[in-house]
Design a protein around this ligand. Structure first.
Ligand code: ADP
Length: 564
């Protein structure tokens, strides 16, 4: 069977709702009304069409019972009785029809058909199926039976058929109504189930929304969600408060990103539109820890931003979520620490230079000095030099901005110098130092800084090959880059350690166990020098077999500027 359309269902629901809103008396009266109206019409028509009808006592008794039943619909307190109590009305209707039909005799034999009204009521009432079927058959049968009894004993097959036709028809009607109402009830149950499921879904989604909102409002990072066109979908409380405070009330919390006071690393240059966090996110970029400065003057805050794109089921870009984390305290603490380290290191250099100068003078005029005193002065000089190197490293490492003057430089010459200076250290460590470089090899680099990189990598290669071995320095050019490699056959670095060797003050476990001196600063300085050139550094190593450090540097200025 075809399911009712949505508008049909809505209409049926509306009618149900009106019916339920009526009181029980009006409901019963409404069920009885159609029959009462037909009977009233008959009464009105009787004088004109069937003049003797109103003289029949049986017919009049039937009318009186009809009238009584209609009145009792209003007078009986149905609301206080069981709901099924009102079914007495259709049952008695059958009696009233019996009286009218048999009172009217042959004048109006068709009156029996009025039984259809109580039969429909009984069948649709929800009373026990068997009872309603029996009543629907027996009631009409009793109404038509007197006609048959009147024809006895000469009753023909046609008489029997015409008497049985009505009860059988009523039985069929009752069946149809039962089936239809069962079907309606099943559909209703299905609808109610769906309705309950929808309500449950709605409740769950409201709960989820509340949970999400609470999380958004309790988290101490600002969150903004935008659609693919950059329109705000959501701004959490933290972000609204922050924007209002940082913009010192001159902008609304929902103001366009282009109007916001966002500045780059130097805290003064306004951030160009294409570098602004929301703009980058809307372009589909995914980034993390992107530091920008928000606001001006004393209210200026350092904000670390991160963004992730949102995609739909088909993988289409639908917008992005941008997270703002106020890291002003952290940035200020870091810069204070770096300032302190820089100041302290600087203060160390002056007395150290003076110690070294005095030692030089003493050693120059060392003739006649006892050999032991000379040896001890030599130890003092070496350690003072090491201390000076260390202080220089700490200074470079602490300075936020590494000064760089890149120009066309011959890398082959720099390698030659570096290998030459390391030769003594290599000989002492029983290491053969090999250079394999095509000359000249041009790179766009600061020669002083790259010499520092080379010295660091070569001296590390020698230092971390305690059992002797081979250290090879190679370099070659490819496309617009030059590649520089320092390979050793030394102690190597474990996988875990090799991930951290470029961090400041990190020293691998093997180096510490072997008590090889060092401060863990050389590689971090090396890395920042290389990256400031627009290049990269990597390390491949196997514990016990040696390590290879590869530095990639730009050969042409265009690459260097593109990447720095
Ligand atoms: P330092 O050598 O002063 O400790 P670096 O920053 O130069 O500091 O190196 C960091 C760490 O990386 C070293 O302590 C060492 O454990 C490891 N390392 C660096 N170069 C090598 C190498 N060629 N072979 C093995 N380990 C190395």
């Amino acid at each position: 069977m075809e399911a009712p359309s949505v508008s049909d269902r809505l209409l049926a629901r509306k009618a149900n709702r009106y019916f339920e809103r009526l009181g029980p008396r009006a409901q019963v009266a409404l069920c009885q009304l159609p029959l009462t109206l037909v009977v009233a019409a008959l009464v009105l028509a009787a004088p004109s069409f069937w003049p003797g009808l109103l003289d029949s006592p049986g017919f009049v008794a039937g009318l009186v019972l009809h009238a009584v039943l209609f009145l009792s619909c209003f007078l009986v307190p149905w609301e206080r009785l069981r709901p099924s109590a009102c079914l007495v009305i259709p049952a008695l209707d059958l009696l009233a029809i019996w009286l009218s039909r048999n009172g009217a005799g042959q004048t109006l034999p068709g009156l029996a058909v009025l039984a259809i009204f109580p039969v429909i009521w009984l069948s649709a009432s929800g009373m026990a199926a068997r009872t309603s079927l029996i009543l629907s058959f027996v009631g009409p049968l009793l109404i038509t039976l007197p006609t048959l009894l009147g024809t006895l004993p000469e009753a023909t097959a046609s008489d029997v058929t015409s008497v049985l036709l009505l009860p059988l028809t009523m039985l069929a009607v009752s069946f149809s109504i039962r089936f239809a109402s069962v079907n309606v009830r099943l559909q209703q149950r299905r609808l109610e189930k769906k309705d309950a499921e929808l309500r449950e879904l709605l409740r769950e989604s409201r709960d989820r929304e509340r949970l999400l909102q609470t999380i958004l409002d309790t988290t101490d990072v600002g969150i903004i969600a935008v659609d693919s066109g950059g329109q705000r979908l959501l701004t959490n409380n933290r972000q609204m408060l922050f924007q209002q405070a940082a913009a010192a009330g001159c902008l609304s919390s929902e103001s366009e990103e282009a109007q916001q006071p966002l500045f780059s690393q130097d805290r003064q240059t306004p951030l160009p539109l294409e570098k602004r966090p929301i703009h980058r996110a809307v372009e589909g970029e995914s980034y993390g820890d992107y530091l920008v400065w928000f606001g001006e003057g004393a209210e200026q805050r350092a904000i670390s931003t991160s963004a992730r794109p949102m995609t739909d089921d088909a993988g289409e870009f639908r917008g992005a979520v941008i997270v703002y984390n106020d890291v002003t305290g952290l940035v200020e603490a870091l810069s204070a620490r770096e300032q302190l380290v820089a100041n302290v290191s600087h203060e160390f250099r002056t007395p150290l230079n003076s110690i070294l100068g005095s030692l030089d003078l003493v050693l120059e005029e060392s003739q006649g000095m006892p050999p032991l005193a000379l040896q001890r002065l030599g130890v003092a000089q070496r350690n003072a030099e090491r201390l000076l190197d260390l202080v220089s490293d700490v200074l470079v490492s602490a300075s936020a901005v590494l000064s760089l003057s890149p120009r066309q430089s011959d890398l082959a010459g720099l390698i030659e110098n570096s290998v030459g200076s390391a030769r003594v250290q290599a000989d002492q460590a029983n290491i053969s130092l090999v250079a394999d470089v095509q000359s000249p090899l041009w790179a766009h680099a600061d020669p002083l800084r790259i010499a520092q990189v080379l010295d660091n990598l070569v001296s590390n290669a020698i230092k971390y090959s305690p059992g002797g071995g081979v250290v090879t320095v190679r370099a070659h050019g490819a496309d617009d880059w030059v590649y520089l490699q320092v390979e050793d056959t030394g102690m190597g670095i474990s996988d875990d350690d090799s991930r951290r060797i470029f961090s400041r003050f990190f020293r691998a476990g093997a180096a510490r166990r072997a008590a090889i001196p060092g401060a863990g600063l050389g590689l971090s300085i090396t890395k920042s020098i290389v990256e400031r050139h627009g290049g990269a550094i990597s390390c491949v190593s196997r514990p016990g077999s040696g390590s290879t450090f590869t530095v990639k540097l730009p050969a042409v200025p265009e690459l260097a500027t593109a990447l720095t």
